[in-house]
Write a protein that binds this ligand. Structure first.
Ligand SMILES: NC(=O)c1ccc[n+]([C@@H]2O[C@H](COP(=O)([O-])OP(=O)(O)OC[C@H]3O[C@@H](n4cnc5c(N)ncnc54)[C@H](O)[C@@H]3O)[C@@H](O)[C@H]2O)c1
Length: 270
């Protein structure tokens, strides 16, 4: 068990990637605090983990609200004694370009992705320093943060910003023994999130309309198959654990080769 006796706080615990990461950390022995602005996403994730034999707590919290973030970190520390691991994963998607994105929507998206990570990192890192916890922080990026995706300006910009947020906080916190890294997912196989939603007692969402787009992603990725949230969950458990104790300020790509690909090469041609 890589994370026995560790307390991990994960933001954005939908049945997709946040749920997969929460389950991956719990599978390695972590107690998980499930944080989400949508109460059902925090509650269902925590309830599933508890029913599977792990310790978990659900907290409804908007990651952009400083007062709510302070309360969430305090409640986690009061309940479990400390926080050892933070995963900044919460997101809103809003595919618009620089020519059409309304300012209010740009601010909202940047706020959830970047300000949310800033606030949770600030208060969790302070709690770690107070308790002398040599903790680990993980920021969830996207291949869109490494490459120039058109018509997704808020997301691409915020995710790219998170890469250097990771490096800067890693350098600031290194003297306290706190490691900060990022993990880059890419277009994700949707079948596991459907299965997870069902395991959480929900009605399976109908994804038939999005099948062609996922087939397009699959045909362009070097490995010719898309990663699943559980692939990210296993990688997250590794990088936040002591097995990765010499890693800080780095990015772990679980992207089936997407970023390494030479741009004119078509992997479907062999
Ligand atoms: N889905 C993909 O294919 C993909 C690809 C690359 C990277 N990612 C990254 O993985 C992470 C998870 O993506 P996902 O597809 O599981 O997203 P999702 O939409 O399924 O889940 C995001 C969660 O964040 C929560 N959230 C939104 N605003 C919030 C706020 N203000 N406060 C608290 N919670 C809030 C939502 O309620 C939701 O539960 C994100 O960081 C995303 O950028 C996803």
């Amino acid at each position: 068990m890589k994370l026995k006796d560790k307390v991990a706080l994960v933001t954005g615990t939908s049945p997709n990637i946040g749920g997969g990461i929460a389950e991956g950390l719990a599978a390695e022995g972590a107690t998980v605090v499930c944080i989400d602005a949508m109460a059902a996403n925090a509650d269902d994730c925590a309830t599933y983990l508890k029913n599977s034999g792990s310790q978990a707590l659900a907290i409804t919290c908007d990651v952009t609200d400083e007062a709510q973030v302070k309360v969430a970190v305090r409640k986690s520390c009061e309940t479990f004694g400390r926080v050892d691991v933070l995963v900044n994963n919460a997101v809103i998607f809003n595919k618009k370009g620089v020519l059409t994105m309304p300012l209010v929507e740009w601010r909202k998206q940047i706020d959830v992705i970047l300000t949310g990570a800033f606030l949770f990192t600030k208060y969790v890192a302070q709690s770690m320093i107070e308790r002398q916890v040599r903790g680990s922080i993980l920021n969830i990026i996207s291949t869109a943060g490494h490459q120039g995706e058109p018509n997704n300006i808020g997301y691409s910009t915020a995710k790219s910003g998170m890469i250097n947020f990771t490096r800067s906080t890693a350098m600031e916190l290194v003297k306290y023994g706190i490691r900060v890294n990022s993990l880059t997912p890419t277009a994700t196989d949707p079948s596991e999130s459907v299965e997870r939603a069902q395991r959480w007692g929900r009605v399976a969402p109908d994804l038939s309309a999005s099948r062609p787009i996922f087939e397009m992603y699959r045909s362009r990725i070097p490995m010719q198959k898309l990663p699943k949230p559980s692939d990210y969950g296993r990688a997250a458990a590794f990088i936040v654990s002591s097995e990765a104790e010499m890693m800080t300020g780095t990015d772990l790509r679980i992207d089936a080769g997407a970023i390494a690909r030479y741009w004119p090469w078509d992997p479907a041609q062999k």
